[in-house]
Design a protein around this ligand. Sequence first.
Ligand code: NAD
Length: 498
Amino acid sequence: MPSTRPAGLPGTIRHWIGGEATDSADGRTFDVSDPASNTVYAQASAGGPTDVDRAVAAAKATFPAWSGLSNRARATTLHHIADEVEACHEQLAQFESYDSGLPITQARGQARRAAENFRYFADVIVALGEEAFRQGEEQFSYVVRAPVGVAGLITPWNTPFMLESWKLAPALAAGCTLVLKPAEWTPLSAGLWPRILADAGLPAGVVNIVHGIGEEAGQALVDHPDVPLISFTGSTDTGRHIVRSSAQHLKSTSMELGGKSPAIVFADADLEAALDSVVFGVFSLNGERCTAGSRVLVEWPVYEEFTRRLAERAERVKVGPPSDPATEVGALVHPEHYARVLHYVETGIKEARLAAGGRRPDHLPEGNYLQPTVFADVSRDARIFQEEIFGPVVAIAPYDDEAQAVALANATQYGLAAYIWTSDLKRGHRIAHAVESGMVWINSHNVRDLRTPFGGVKSSGLGREGGAHSIDFYTESKIVHVALGEVHTPRFGAGDPA
Ligand code: NAD
């Protein structure tokens, strides 16, 4: 079923280089379609090395002026950007929902979060101090932070605008200029940045956007010798490839990658709250969420009941057109991704017990729709337990005790998030420390605090962004040592010539 077409949809989405909307040097474009009907509605410029080269040159040219501004001056521009983002929140929500298939009610939260990223990093950079160290009366050392230079930002298609803002805001706050390569399946909302940034007073060339296919435009950015830093959010395989390519120029990289996060439910938990949270955690954002609690581990005494109730809720989740305010799960982003998710559903039917969903809803004969799907009694070596599906599909498994819960939680290559449900807080902390993941929530779903480190361990990523971690990433620290008194220096070559 088609989604309502938003007003003002552009027929073309072009690069933005040096403050100008431009076509690719070779004129190539790629199709952009909406996931509710899979109809092509726009053409986007398909960038390659020549376009990336021009964008990097524009960013390099503006770097001295932008990095030379005071932190306060850059922060003021960031606040203006936040104002502009908020002012177009309804258009942004409609574009995001139409292009990515996110339910409109969930797309509406994205503008607020994107604006908040700019306001937060504006505050961080103004409040930032630099460290100083005193060694008695003899020496004093202080740290000078300098922006790294031209940052390369590469982003995925899930919540694209918000994730772009998550990288743009700290990079700009730190004083970097940059080239952004948005995901090719969802370029529409990135097409709003040029007007937002220009109206906010950001000088031309500070932000440049090159659209295109990952292996072409993204790879050219990763390979560019004048881009010393790559911030990447996307799949683990692509992340590995980018780290390998970045080694050529020894670039700094931040990798926010895939996940298969466990939600661990103990029998003593508030089961109503746990159920609401588990259902929301894996089916919101169409299940296309890096921190989704896509493996639910349940203690035996409540396993059957929890599984039954989770399956009932999944069957009742409203799947529908992304533009319908009643929709809870919309259309998956692209037919290729939809086919991949359906393949996992077929695999799951062979590997485990299908407890809910597993099929296209009858009332939605076309578009990338799937009824939220629950697999029960999933074994730890099943593919649906081990591999990231990135759709509205959840795997449930029982456990006997705390040790087994931790062993199961840690039994995949991933380590992004974990959710623990228990009324025994001592146990909650014990497990939080034992689980191999970058982030843990106890008795809560994914509620973020922008000051906290964000990222994963094992195959879920490298490095942390968020709060001061982001500023560390986009700056180089230089230490300056200053002698305050006499420095004792062994006098080589000053001895008796005989
Ligand atoms: P993807 O890896 O296919 O693509 C991500 C981006 O990388 C796109 O812009 C793509 O064009 C680009 N790209 C692809 N090949 C490239 C190459 N060779 N060189 C440079 N760039 C290249 O990922 P996706 O399918 O768009 O996104 C889904 C994945 O992102 C999931 O695995 C999800 O878990 C992960 N994700 C992680 C986080 C996190 O914070 N950890 C957040 C959101 C999404």
